[in-house]
Ligand binder design. Structure first.
Ligand code: TRP
Length: 327
């Protein structure tokens, strides 16, 4: 039997290049080798958007389309909706006994997000425990491998701890899943901030039009010490060059651009033009594929996937309840 993958996305906006390099590229690459499950995590999205259910709803099909557009194949991968799987909520309740509040408060990703969302003052319980619910996402299908961006690694560690302690107390039911971080574990934002993120507003979306892409690249940070194009430029910490390092295949060409830039012979407008072309070439086939997918198509994929996932999670819960001596 094939080993299983589970990964997922919060439907709080369209997916961006950070998602692509962190996780989407890996799910496409691994979907032949693994029995792959892709979760649209609408319940988790509500943990920090409970007062904005429309936003979550609107983005469910967007996220399905983004997955399909980059090449997640619904014949190989099961794309499914978290809120339609009550077994995940049930498992979350059982797992909540196995985790301490202080352990959750030490989770570095939860800490970062609390700071970013100003939750230090009043922290919703649902938000604090979303890593527990994420462990339930992963273990409800008994996944062995979880392709994720670097920021999610603490959650996978938490998941392993939960699996270990469940198995020890109730008997061996769950695998201890491993994280698989993308080749580019963390893509910096357009503003040079550590992480590309929807909520920071510094992201290039997979569905961005040519015009939107152009606008975003024009606003991108370069070298703040440089006043005129003839001043010597810096490559270190220059966001445009960080991206060119990723997207420009012709390394000899890139090296010569860097040389000219350092000598003050190349303006920001020119290097941004190069970057625009590279990213646009990368996004064009994704955009084209996305245009062929209707809401109805995406809905059908999600419905089929949810049915398949539901069978798997129901089977897991039979084992869980038996192990826990529940009726
Ligand atoms: N927390 C993930 C994110 O914000 C989304 C997610 C939900 C997930 N459930 C998951 C990722 C299970 C991996 C496995 O992107």
């Amino acid at each position: 039997m094939k080993k299983r993958i589970l990964t997922g996305d919060r439907p709080t906006g369209p997916l961006h290049l950070g998602h692509y390099f962190g996780s989407l590229a890996n799910r496409v690459q691994l979907q032949d080798e693994f029995d792959t499950y892709v979760l649209v995590a609408d319940v988790q999205a509500l943990t920090d958007n409970f007062d904005n259910p429309e936003k979550v709803k609107e983005n469910v099909l967007e996220v399905v389309k983004d997955n399909l557009a980059v090449g997640v194949n619904p014949k190989k991968a099961t794309i499914f909706l978290q809120s339609a799987i009550p077994e995940i909520a049930e498992l979350t309740v059982f797992f909540a006994n196995l985790v301490t509040v202080s352990r959750l408060q030490r989770n570095p990703t939860v800490k970062d997000e609390m700071k970013q969302k100003n939750m230090q003052e009043s922290l919703p319980l649902g938000f604090l425990m979303y890593p527990v619910s994420q462990a339930a996402d992963i273990l409800a299908v008994k996944a062995n491998l979880v392709p994720v961006g670097e920021d999610q690694v603490p959650h996978i560690e938490q998941t392993r701890e939960i699996a270990r302690s469940f198995n020890k107390i109730y008997g061996n039911v769950f695998p201890e899943p491993a994280a698989r971080v993308g080749e580019m574990p963390r893509l910096v934002g357009l503003d040079g901030k550590a992480k590309m993120s929807k909520s920071l507003g510094n992201a290039i979306y997979l569905k961005d039009s040519v015009e939107e892409l152009k606008k975003k690249i024009n606003k991108m940070y370069t070298d703040p010490t440089r006043i005129k194009a003839t001043d010597p430029g810096h490559i270190e910490g220059n966001v445009v060059f960080m991206y060119l390092d990723i997207f420009m295949k012709n390394k000899a060409m890139l090296d010569s651009l860097k040389d000219d830039y350092k000598k003050g012979q190349l303006g920001d407008v020119v290097i941004k033009d190069y970057l625009f072309n590279e990213i646009n070439n990368f996004l064009t086939p994704i955009r084209q594929k996305r245009e062929t997918i209707s809401d109805k198509d995406a809905m059908e994929v999600l419905r089929d996937g949810t049915e398949r996932a539901s069978e798997v999670t129901r089977e897991t819960m039979r084992e869980v309840r038996k192990a826990m001596r529940l009726l």
